[in-house]
Design a protein. Structure first.
Length: 229
């Protein structure tokens, strides 16, 4: 059997059969993915639902999804709205799927994708009313517990929070006044330590958190209480 290159997974090479697209259903969306990227996790629809409820009150402006993967979190958040969505991921396989999933679900007109890093996205205009972020959040030493997952999708550095901190920094730069960040991490300790410290440095403060069996979501707003003018 022909072998493909071990492009983005950081794991053993995948063969042709393994990289065939699969379908997941997230909320009312049909989402395709293959094992070169992270399989959409059903519970993450909670991040979309929280975002969608915030969008009804947030100022006008586009939504930025950092670490989009197959794109389902952002797509489900903006489905049924007129909000523009920009999906960012460093992995070109992920952004290809995110674009295809936007088309598949009739959302292509409002969705664009960019293959770039979290840090690159800090150069976008300061125009976003909402940033959604789902960075890798597993501590490097623990990634062996998830052999099916591409390493780059889950490895969050020594304490698992390195990429979450990058997301806070970027959100602090690109959020418009009155905007919000909904960030996914693995543990409350990550929020209480490195994320809170990054928030202090970049002008964002946690105002609410929601704890689930498989991860934690936090809402961060501008620390100075800026509201849209
Ligand atoms: C935990 S996965 C989340 C994917 C998707 N949101 C989901 O729920 O399946 C993290 C994603 O971050 C991307 N990523 C890792 N490092 C990145 C970086 N420095 N900049 C941008 N994206 C990155 C990975 O390619 C992966 O798609």
């Amino acid at each position: 059997m022909a072998m493909t290159e071990p492009t983005t997974t950081g794991r053993a090479p995948l063969d042709d059969r393994e990289v065939r697209p699969r379908t997941a259903y997230v909320g009312r969306l049909e989402i395709q993915w293959d094992p070169r990227i992270l399989e959409p996790r059903p519970w993450t629809a909670e991040q979309s639902r929280w975002a969608a409820s915030l969008l009804t009150d947030l100022p006008p402006g586009p939504v930025l999804e950092l670490c989009a993967g197959a794109g389902h979190i952002g797509l489900l958040a903006v489905a049924g709205t007129r909000r523009e969505l920009v999906c960012v991921d460093i992995d070109p396989v992920a952004t290809e799927y995110a674009a295809a999933n936007a088309r598949r679900n009739g959302l292509a007109a409002q969705v664009s994708t960019r293959t770039e890093s979290i840090a690159d996205a800090a150069e976008h205009p300061t125009s976003y009313s909402l940033v959604l972020a789902d960075p890798p959040w597993v501590a490097s030493a623990e990634t062996g517990r998830f052999p099916e997952d591409p390493l780059r999708a889950i490895d969050g550095g020594a304490d698992g929070s390195a990429l979450a901190v990058d997301c806070v920094r970027t959100a602090g730069r690109v959020l418009a006044p009155g905007g919000a960040l909904v960030l996914q991490v693995g543990t409350e300790a990550q929020l209480d330590g490195p994320v809170a410290a990054a928030g202090r440095e970049h002008g964002l403060v946690e105002v609410e958190r929601r704890v689930f069996e498989r991860g934690v979501l936090a809402l961060l707003r501008h620390a100075d209480g800026e509201v849209s003018g």
